[in-house]
Structure formats: structure tokens, C-alpha cells
Design a protein around this ligand. Structure first.
Ligand code: IVH
Length: 667
């Protein structure tokens, strides 16, 4: 009995360890969670009945007793160096030249590039394949023993996979918190008196330095392993081979590590990752470039603990801390009060930032954003900088943000319609609204050459133009009286305003400033109704027939056209010669697919999405940007947007492959 229990316990440990590697390292689970839990419980029970069967590498021993004292210092078997950084492509090439010179210029050199994980360096010591000690980097010579906390991280094997493990191996990598885990953690902490973590790196560090490993176990920490330190019983030829070995032994190595033969390819990879990095669910602050061959590494050696065989190519960080000086309000063209943050100028990702967008009152307070605090500012991709949240505890005397009760420009009482998050100025004559409408008209809707925001501001201030009809009644004589206008420029300006009367109906609709009618929606309305007469007499139900128009949007449109002032505006613009009928290109196409509506997601192999859209529209189908119950089918390409696919499944909308689409177009 005893021996069969022992065999079963060993078997369970082995299965559970493999399951963890499959889940954390290979991203390819071999059993459902419930089955894992069942086997885990079986092992717990076995060990309870036979305490003598418990081994230190048992998966049931991941959480240990709380630490009573400070973390012990431990000396690394071999020191943990650091990396010299480079910031330009030229300096990468210069480094490679130096490497070549030192090695003898005929010798081929290959490189390994790896994402530089912005986490916490750790050193994991394995003896005969068993994890015995784990420490932080510390000063590179000795670090803090955080073994109990590291043991709770599922991605760290308590025993290496495979037979004949090396007698001793220091395994090195980065402990990090995925961005999703970081957001979750902060949302959880926001409900407590605890401080929020300013960034994932700090959150990971805090999690790893807990006295009670049960708390660490609750944090979704993971690791990327990138190398070894001192080893006995195993040798490697190169860095890339070492990574493969580590992976086979059950360590989580980064799938984006690449071996490249030329420094030009290395430079290209570095450039590409600068934009690609936002696709990752963890922060990287650069790319580590290593000479692949360990023999060449040894010959190159190190300088002041920085290896000559490696460099960290680093980007400017995409987040920064700065002071939020003031929350200001801009009133948009539909009357929405848009808050934005005036910041003490700070460099983020190589650009000086002094303002950032904010969304609405609720969002600002949920994120604990307050005037006067130090805040974290983030740029992602090319989008406008955003305020993520406070960088630490609130400054004394700061207050929760309140939207002003009155419109900052016209003083009329602000409203917040039921069910909406935005506050609005209801005053249609509010100067900011008229100004924004004109700006939107000359910059976007009609896109009038030579008339920009500055001219509009000037005309407005002088009282020359305060509405769209007034813009079209502007004369050359009026302009000639203004400083800076001569015969030629005045003539050109009036001519381009005149020419803008020919913009298509859909653009005019977009420029009218109807709530919730943006550019795409305006096109759909123009195509569906064809003329403004049909549109202004349409019922809510008729508008709702169009894909993408729910009851709220339809109701707002009906209300807008029911307003006498708006009808008068339409009439006036029509008399001035603007187009209120759809042109040829905007007419609905009658065809075999008329009445059906499709959405497309992902990349198509044989055509671009625009081409597919045009082909469907040519047959009379509508193509929409979103999936709803009215969608006839969702065309799914490579790497589709998951939310669209899920939505289609929920709404019972059939999905079509690219081959299905081809068949549909042919038939
Ligand atoms: S190799 C001699 N590879 O960057 C040091 N380091 O200054 C060799 N890091 O805190 C380090 N990702 O933990 C290496 N793929 C990677 C890395 C990486 C992040 C960290 C490392 C250390 C710092 C080096």
C-alpha cells in the first residue's frame, strides 16, 4: 500500500508539473482546469494521509509560511552583470564594428535579439534539477532570497523537465506582471486603502517582496527566462541553443527571440519592435542584442560588469510622470463638454507633451485623476497622450473633479442626459458650438482650401461669420477691408468657399452637426434616403432600418429635423446652392445583394478590405463597421477582431470565410 501510494504521488507530481509547463510555458494546456484541480486535490489528500511522501518540489508546496524577518542576502554563484545601452541604429552598427575588430574581421558573427522585458531580474538556482533558491538581482553580486515567493509563480518549474539534469544551474530571467494583471490589480487596490502601483514593474517588484507568499500567489506574475549563470554539467554552443535547452527543460523563454545573421537585420528588428511592442501584454523597454556564440562571448569579455558581447537597444519610455496643472473644458460642436488635462511639459516617448485627453467626469473620478497631483501620462502608438492615473497618493488639499454647472463659454446650465456619460451645453447659440461647427466644416466636412481654424476665429471675432450661411454670404469687399488680404488672396478665398458648395450631400450632412452623426453615419444616411426631403420626413422606425442605427441615434436624428431652426438652416443652405441630394456615387445600388448587410474583420488574403467592401457594395449589399443583429454575415479573415467574432456568435450572425465570400460574389 505504502509503495503504491508513493508511486501514485510521484506520478501525480509529474503530471501536474507537465500540465503547468503546458499551461504557462507552451501556452497549450493539456487538460481542463477542473481536471487539474481534481488531480491536485488527490495529491493533497495523499500527502495528508502520508506526510512522509511530501517532497519540496510537490506542486502542493508552492505557498509557504509567512516570513517573520527580513529577506536574507544570498550571493550569486556568478555575478549578474548589466547591459550598456544604445539608442540609435548608428550606434548598433558601431558596436558591431567594434565586436568584429576584437574578434578578427573575417570571422562571421551571428546575433540573437530578444525583447528587453521591463520587469525584475531574478536568479533561480537548480541543484540536480530541483529549484532550491531564488534571489533578486540586488547589486549583481548578492541579492535578496525571495525563494518562497518565487515558488508561487506557476511558470517557474520546481523541478526541471527531462532526465539527467545538470548538477548545478543558475537560470536567469525577468519576473513581470502582464498588463492585464496590472490593470486588474489596480482596480482591486482602488477599492482599498492601499496605494496603487504606478506601473507594472513596480507592481511586480512589490508583489515579489511580500512577506507572505500567499499574497504573491494571488498576483498573476509570470517570467521570461533569457539565460544561465554558473552551470555544472551542461555546456552550450550559443545563446540561441541555450534558449532552446531552457525551453525543453520547462522554462518560459520568449517566442520572439530570434537569431539573425547580419547587423542590418538586427537594426530592422529593433526598428520594427518600437511600434510592435504595443501588441504585447507586457512592457518591454527595448531589445537586447547578444552575440550568439558563447565562445565569441568569452573572448569578448566584459567591461565594468557590462558584457562587450551584448547591448540593450532602448527606446524613450512611453510613460512618464508629471504634474496635472489643471483640468480644462472644451465645448465640442455637438455641445459635449470635453475635459482635457493641462500638464507640466514632460517628455514621453521622445515627444514633449503638455496636454492630454480625458474622457468624462465619471472616468476621471474612477481613475482618481485630480488637479495638482503627480500623474502618469501614457502615449500608445500615435494616439493623443492619455492620463492613466495618479503616480502616488493624492496631494493634500486635492479634490475630486466636478464638471462645471454652467457652460464655461455661454454660462447656460449644463445638462447630463439620462443614461449618457457626457455633460452637454444645451445652448445651440453657444459661441463655442458655432465656432466648432464652422471649424469642422472648413477643416473636415467641406475641407475648404485656404480657410483654416485661424481665419474662422478671426471672422468670428469680427462678427463677420457666426453660422454656415454667413460663411457663404461672405464677400470679397468684406475681406479686402481686413489686414493681410489683397485682391488675389481675397479672390482666392471667396472662390474656394464658393467651390465648396459642390461637396457631396453626405459631407453636407456630416457638417450639419446632427448629434451622433459622424462621417460614416452621414454616408449611410445619404445613401439610404437619397435626399434631405426624404430624410427630414423619415420616422424613427425608418431610420432604424439602416444597419448601425439603434433607437437612440434614430431618435436624435428625428428630433434634430423636427426643430424649426434646423429646418430653416437646411432651407437657407439649400437656397445658397449647397447639395442636398445624393450624387451618382451616393445612390443606393440595386443588385442581387440589396437588403443584405455585411461586416468584415481580419486580413483577407486575396484582396484588401476596401476592395471586398467595394465588391459587395457594387452588388447592392451594405457594409458596416460593426456587427449587430441586423448583420447578414460576418466575413472573417486572418487575425480577426475577437470582439466582432464574439458579437456575431452571440447575435447568431453567421460567419463567412474568404472562400465563402468569393463564392457569394461569383454567384
Ligand atoms: S541579458 C549581463 N536579456 O535587463 C547582463 N537581460 O541591464 C545580461 N533584461 O536587469 C542580461 N530582458 O534582467 C538580458 N532578454 C534579456 C533581458 C534582460 C530584460 C534585464 C535584465 C537586467 C537588465 C540588464
Amino acid at each position: 500500500m505504502g509503495s503504491s501510494s508513493a508511486a501514485r504521488a510521484a506520478e501525480l507530481r509529474e503530471i501536474l508539473a507537465r500540465a503547468l509547463v503546458a499551461y504557462h510555458v507552451e501556452d497549450d494546456p493539456i487538460m481542463p482546469d477542473a481536471e487539474y484541480d481534481g488531480l491536485y486535490d488527490e495529491l493533497v489528500e495523499l500527502e495528508r494521509r502520508h506526510p512522509e511522501l511530501v517532497t519540496p518540489d510537490s506542486p502542493t508546496r508552492r505557498v509557504g509560511a509567512p516570513l517573520s524577518d527580513r529577506f536574507q542576502k544570498v550571493r550569486h554563484l556568478s555575478p549578474m552583470g548589466s547591459l550598456e545601452k544604445v539608442t540609435t541604429e548608428e550606434s548598433i552598427v558601431k558596436w558591431a564594428e567594434d565586436v568584429r575588430k576584437r574578434l578578427g574581421s573575417d570571422e562571421p558573427v551571428a546575433y540573437v535579439v530578444e525583447p528587453k522585458i521591463d520587469g525584475l531580474a531574478v536568479n533561480l538556482t537548480y541543484e540536480d534539477g530541483v529549484f532550491v533558491r531564488g534571489a533578486t538581482r540586488g547589486d549583481g553580486i548578492q541579492g535578496e532570497d525571495v525563494t518562497p515567493n518565487l515558488r508561487t509563480i506557476g511558470a517557474i518549474p520546481l523541478r526541471m523537465l527531462g532526465d539527467d539534469p545538470p548538477a548545478v544551474a543558475e537560470v536567469r530571467g525577468e519576473v513581470y506582471l502582464p498588463l492585464s494583471g496590472f490593470r486588474e490589480l489596480n482596480e482591486r487596490l482602488a477599492g482599498t486603502t492601499q496605494k496603487l502601483a504606478p506601473n507594472p514593474r513596480n507592481a511586480a517588484a512589490g508583489s515579489l517582496r511580500q512577506k507572505n507568499s500567499a499574497i504573491t500567489a494571488e498576483r498573476p506574475l509570470s517570467t521570461w527566462i533569457y539565460g544561465t549563470g554558473h552551470t555544472e554539467g551542461v555546456v552550450f554552443g550559443g545563446q540561441f541553443e541555450m534558449l532552446q535547452w531552457l525551453r525543453e527543460r520547462g522554462f518560459r523563454t520568449n517566442p520572439y527571440a530570434e537569431r539573425l545573421e547580419t547587423i542590418e537585420e538586427v537594426a530592422i528588428a529593433c526598428r520594427e519592435w518600437e511600434t510592435r511592442r504595443i501588441e504585447l501584454d507586457y512592457e518591454i523597454d527595448g531589445i537586447v542584442i547578444k552575440v550568439d556564440s558563447l565562445d565569441q562571448q568569452r573572448r569578448l569579455g566584459a567591461l565594468h560588469s557590462c558584457p562587450r558581447w551584448a547591448r540593450a537597444f532602448k527606446w524613450a519610455p512611453m510613460t512618464a510622470q508629471t504634474r496635472l496643472l489643471e483640468i480644462l473644458i472644451r465645448v465640442g460642436r455637438t455641445g459635449a463638454l470635453n475635459p482635457w488635462a493641462l500638464l507640466e511639459p514632460v517628455e514621453v516617448g521622445g515627444v514633449t507633451v503638455s496636454r492630454a485627453t480625458l474622457h468624462n467626469e465619471e472616468d476621471i473620478n474612477r481613475k482618481e485623476i485630480r488637479e495638482g497631483d503627480l500623474v502618469i501620462v501614457q502615449r500608445a502608438g500615435d494616439v493623443i497622450p492619455q492620463v492613466v492615473g495618479p503616480a502616488g497618493p493624492h496631494q493634500p488639499g486635492t479634490k475630486r473633479f466636478r464638471m462645471p454647472k454652467k457652460c464655461p463659454l455661454c454660462g447656460v446650465d449644463v445638462v447630463k442626459p439620462e443614461g449618457e456619460v457626457m455633460h452637454r451645453c444645451p445652448n445651440r447659440a453657444c459661441p463655442s458650438r458655432g465656432l466648432e461647427t464652422l471649424n469642422n466644416w472648413v477643416m473636415a466636412a467641406a475641407d475648404i482650401e485656404g480657410v483654416g481654424e485661424q481665419s474662422i476665429r478671426r471672422f468670428w471675432d469680427l462678427g463677420l461669420v457666426r453660422s454656415l450661411p454667413e460663411l457663404y454670404r461672405l464677400t470679397e469687399e468684406q475681406l479686402l477691408e481686413l489686414e493681410g488680404f489683397g485682391e488675389i488672396s481675397a479672390g482666392n478665398t471667396i472662390r474656394s468657399i464658393e467651390a465648396s458648395k459642390q461637396v457631396p450631400f453626405s459631407r453636407v450632412l456630416f457638417g450639419l452637426n446632427i448629434p451622433k452623426v459622424g462621417w460614416i453615419m452621414a454616408q449611410n444616411l445619404a445613401r439610404h434616403f437619397g435626399t434631405v426631403d426624404r430624410l427630414q420626413d423619415a420616422t424613427q422606425e425608418e431610420i432604424q432600418e439602416i444597419d448601425g442605427f439603434g433607437p437612440d441615434r434614430a431618435e436624435l436624428i428625428v428630433e434634430w429635423f423636427a426643430d424649426e431652426q434646423n429646418r430653416a438652416l437646411v432651407q437657407e443652405l439649400r437656397e445658397l446652392g449647397l447639395r442636398f441630394e445624393a450624387g451618382e456615387e451616393e445612390r443606393p445600388v440595386e443588385g442581387p445583394l440589396t437588403g443584405s448587410s455585411y461586416a468584415i474583420t481580419g486580413t483577407l488574403e486575396n484582396s484588401t478590405r476596401d476592395e471586398a467592401r467595394a465588391a459587395l457594395e457594387a452588388l447592392g449589399a451594405k457594409v458596416s463597421d460593426s456587427v449587430s443583429g441586423k448583420t447578414t454575415g460576418l466575413i472573417v479573415g486572418e487575425e480577426p477582431g475577437q470582439s466582432k467574432v464574439t458579437k456575431a456568435q452571440r447575435a447568431g450572425v453567421p460567419t463567412l470565410s474568404e472562400a465563402d465570400l468569393d463564392a457569394l460574389l461569383r454567384s
